[in-house]
Design a protein around this ligand. Structure first.
Ligand code: NAD
Length: 180
């Protein structure tokens, strides 16, 4: 870990061959997920942009296509089992397989900083449904495809906040534990 951090960061294309790899990026329409989607496409991966925001999903996929990449935008709610199952099914229908899943979708920038005792229960439940159940549902949905191939990668995006927390960011610290 330390050795890697002390070395200059190499572009992904120099370290991995991702040409034609089929990669699903949840929350891939906006924010950091959009950058993941575009970078995967830039190094030759076929990208499934899966985001609850239909406009952002379509515009990111279209932008990748316009830059010579191959992307499929699927409006997806990762907290909804049927929506997630449809996402995996459409990905396989279009690209024939799933090589990687990036569990990036999250209620993150939409959350305000708040004293933990004032967090509404409904909001807590929604955060857990998206950030934790969503990860489980997406892993479960891609598993049959990766099992059939005998290979596949899953990356769960979390946060270093799990180690020390941030004032008024209780939900962020707790759901950051999802990748531990
Ligand atoms: N931004 C930061 O400082 C930071 C720091 C550490 C970790 N992270 C992690 O990186 C990831 C991305 O962060 P970000 O800042 O881009 O977040 P963001 O809030 O800007 O974007 C989240 C994306 O997820 C999508 N999304 C929300 N609910 C969804 C649902 N139910 N189904 C599908 N998609 C849904 C949103 O539409 C959006 O495109 C998150 O997992 C976050 O926890 C972010």
């Amino acid at each position: 870990m330390t050795e890697t951090m002390n070395q200059p960061l190499q572009p992904a294309a120099n370290r991995f061959d991702l040409r034609d790899a089929v990669v699903i990026v949840t929350g891939g329409g906006k924010g950091i997920g959009k950058v993941y989607s575009e970078e995967f496409a830039r190094v030759g991966a076929k990208v499934v942009v899966a985001d609850i925001d239909a406009d952002a999903t379509a515009s990111t996929a279209t932008r990748i296509g316009g830059s010579g990449g191959d992307a499929l935008g699927i409006r997806t709610d990762v907290s909804d089992p049927d929506s997630v199952a449809a996402m995996a099914r459409q990905a396989v229908e279009r690209f024939g397989r799933i090589d990687a899943l990036i569990n990036n979708a999250s209620l993150m920038s939409v959350l305000t900083r708040q004293n933990w005792v004032e967090i509404p229960v409904e909001e807590w439940d929604r955060v857990m449904a998206v950030n934790l159940r969503g990860m489980f549902l997406c892993c479960r949905a891609v598993f049959p495809s990766t099992q059939q191939q005998g290979r596949g990668k899953i990356v769960n995006i979390a946060s270093s906040r799990v180690f020390e927390g941030t004032p008024l960011r209780c939900r962020r610290a707790i759901r950051s534990a999802r990748a531990r």
